[in-house]
Design a protein around this ligand. Sequence first.
Ligand code: E4P
Length: 238
Amino acid sequence: MGCYKIDVFLNQFLNLIFMQFFIDTANLDHIREAAELGILDGVTTNPSLMAKEGISGQDAIMKHYRDICDIVGPGKDVSAEVISTDFKGMVEEGKRLAELHENIVVKVPMIKDGVKAIAHFTDIDIRTNCTLVFSAGQAILAAKAGATYLSPFIGRVDDITWDGISLIKEISEIYIMQGYQTAILAASIRTPLHIVQSAKAGADVVTCPLSAITGLLKHPLTDIGLANFLADHKKANG
Ligand code: E4P
């Protein structure tokens, strides 16, 4: 337990400095692969991602969240989304999720009762991720309510030919100017370029599919350079 607390403390300290990498999936193999890469800081899920993995029924959903928490280990936040859309339902569901595991962050949609629920969770020290955010105004409300994370969906903004990265920049400027403590979690990331642009725009966290994370590795000059090094070594050493 002592080690768990130290890990959590270190992770929270590092969160203040470096951009964090979360994986956006409920697929356990993808989560394991990203964790094994040694760069994973957390996981985000949503009801669509859970359904995609065929996880249904309350018991199976709760078990799946616990399995994800066990894979990523201490101090790595795992967002679990409420299904209720009324204040009372969100609070009951959120408390059940938060009790599941220390890693759980309750994901709440940016609606009127959602803001009310986030403010309530802030008062009782339950961490939250405000999801489905598409404007700076929504970002201000969520920060005022004390959300731990704010999830602007940059890919979905791009999908309607607006500029998702500009939204991250705008929110980042406001949060710095106002001193809001809510972390900007750039969500709905589709490509490695989104990750690089989010880092430049001031995101505190990126949550991405495994393909976008591994896509960061790729460069043809790396592959050519490595092939040449190995060929030269073979020539010289037989
Ligand atoms: C994560 O928190 C979001 O639910 C997710 O990134 C949405 O991504 P999508 O727009 O690719 O569905």
